[in-house]
Design a protein around this ligand. Structure first.
Ligand SMILES: Cc1cc2nc3c(=O)[nH]c(=O)nc-3n(C[C@H](O)[C@H](O)[C@H](O)COP(=O)(O)OP(=O)(O)OC[C@H]3O[C@@H](n4cnc5c(N)ncnc54)[C@H](O)[C@@H]3O)c2cc1C
Length: 422
């Protein structure tokens, strides 16, 4: 006789499993926010054999910044923890390319960083870090960049730093592929479900309150990015997080075949990459815009206006470097928010004073790039109580209450926030 396996999901209690008539209670994790970080956490939790995983999303999958990302990824970061985490992320992107239907990581050219004489010394100082952790890189002269990619035209004083393992993902392919995989692993994904409150008993989180009622859980993982502050405030927690407007544009198909790598180009305050269908994607920051304050869960990214000056400005800056941009006609624009912490590094992990509560936010301009690893480490925290690398540098507890309060009370123009690209 086959074993009868069924479960009853009760919105007011933990998940109950019934196997052959015997009722078992499995561990239940709630993840708040179905962007790439939440989806990735759900994926890894199930892959680690965790009991029941419920992913709650206030709108639809990708309603946050994830669907707006340029998806550029490099492993050449600026701290030991970042370098190790990205190494893991790039490994997972390659694995997902063969595991997920309809998704491929674009690693055809690697990922190029462009530097001018003013910016290069700070990056050059990081090369020993890459060597120590066995992260490959190549330094390219302007002549070498032109030889490899004749459609790039760097200036004589610029330096290229190529990450041969880097590349990009098309979010429009990645998000549905990851969502399908997460569902196939048995994650319960509930859309149009706003989490209004984190519920606590003593010094531990016990679940969340939604419009439909209370859902209890053994662990709550908050991955709601730009909406983090109002949610944490419901349990009296603050972190020094700021959000900044960011936008990117995709052209119509170009007439000539485009053969360039994805380029993070700090001298031009932006980035450029090929996009599906022989299109080109270009993105830029808006240094003069003040941080954008998200005060409630009703806020949607579609409310943010694109500043019409950004596209002509970024094209003017990039025009000499990528002459093919001159013939581009622009088809789509996406505007979203980037979330930065006070020190420019992500905030990933448990809170010292509140058991069972985990957070994964503030990925700067690189949350897409981090996601396979940020989800992995969050899942490790929940399922195993520890991570396979030391994540102390990303701990939510690294900021004092006083500096957090000062930072949150301030208004910061984006030009004063640390520049950390992808
Ligand atoms: C224009 C642009 C270009 C970018 N380019 C890159 C790039 O090239 N490379 C890179 O690595 N990164 C890039 N980024 C950054 C990247 O998009 C983000 O860091 C990343 O998508 C964050 O993912 P997330 O899942 O943490 O957040 P999100 O995708 O924002 O997901 C959070 C989710 O939480 C939901 N939510 C919020 N509050 C609640 C609630 N109370 N209850 C239930 N659900 C809730 C939201 O609806 C949302 O779906 C870019 C961002 C922008 C805007």
């Amino acid at each position: 006789m086959p074993t009868i396996l069924s479960y009853h999901y009760n919105i007011c209690s933990s998940v109950k499993w019934t196997i052959g008539g015997i009722e078992l209670t499995g561990k239940h994790a709630i993840i708040v926010g179905a962007g790439v970080t939440g989806l990735s956490t759900a994926y890894h939790l199930k892959r680690m054999g965790y009991g029941e995983v419920t992913l709650l999303e206030k709108d639809s999958v990708g309603a946050g910044s994830s669907s707006r990302a340029a998806g550029i990824s490099t492993g050449l970061l600026w701290s030991k923890t970042g370098v190790l985490a990205r190494k893991t992320a790039l490994r997972f992107f390659r694995q997902f390319s063969s595991e997920f239907d309809g998704y491929s990581f674009h690693n055809e050219h690697g990922c190029l960083g462009l530097f001018n004489p003013e910016l290069w010394p700070a990056r050059e100082a990081l090369l020993p870090l890459y060597e120590e952790y066995d992260v490959p890189y190549q330094i390219l002269s302007p002549q070498e960049m032109r030889r490899r990619w004749p459609q790039l035209n760097p200036r004589a004083d610029q330096t290229g730093l190529l990450d041969p393992l880097g590349g990009y993902s098309e979010p429009d392919a990645y998000l549905p592929a990851l969502t399908a995989r997460v569902r196939s692993l048995g994650v319960k994904l509930i859309k149009n479900c706003v989490v209004h409150e984190l519920l606590t008993a003593g010094d531990r989180v016990t679940g969340v309150r939604t419009a439909a009622g209370v859902i209890e859980a053994d662990a709550v993982v908050v991955t709601n990015y730009a909406w983090i502050l109002p949610l944490l405030a419901t349990s009296g927690i603050a972190i020094p997080a700021k959000t900044f407007v960011h936008q990117r544009y995709v052209s119509k198909p170009l007439r000539a075949q485009l053969q360039i790598p994805p380029v993070n180009a700090d001298p031009y305050l932006g980035y450029v990459r090929p996009a599906d269908g022989n299109r080109v994607l270009i993105g830029a920051e808006t240094p003069d815009r003040d941080d954008w304050k998200v005060r409630d869960f009703g806020f949607q990214l579609t409310e943010i206006e694109d500043d019409p000056r950004v596209l002509p400005d970024v094209l003017a800056r990039f025009g000499d470097f990528v002459p093919a941009l001159a013939e581009a006609e622009w088809e789509t624009r996406k505007v979203g928010l980037l979330s930065f912490s006070m020190d420019g590094e992500p905030i990933i992990g448990p809170f010292g004073g509140v058991e069972n509560l985990y957070v994964g936010v503030c990925f700067h301009s690189g949350g897409f790039s981090y996601n396979p690893a940020s989800g992995f480490y969050l899942a490790e925290f929940v399922a195993k109580g520890k991570t396979s690398i030391d994540l102390t540098a990303f701990s939510p507890d690294r900021f004092s209450a006083a500096e957090t309060a000062d930072y949150l009370a301030s208004t910061v123009p984006q030009r004063n926030a640390a520049r950390r690209r992808h």
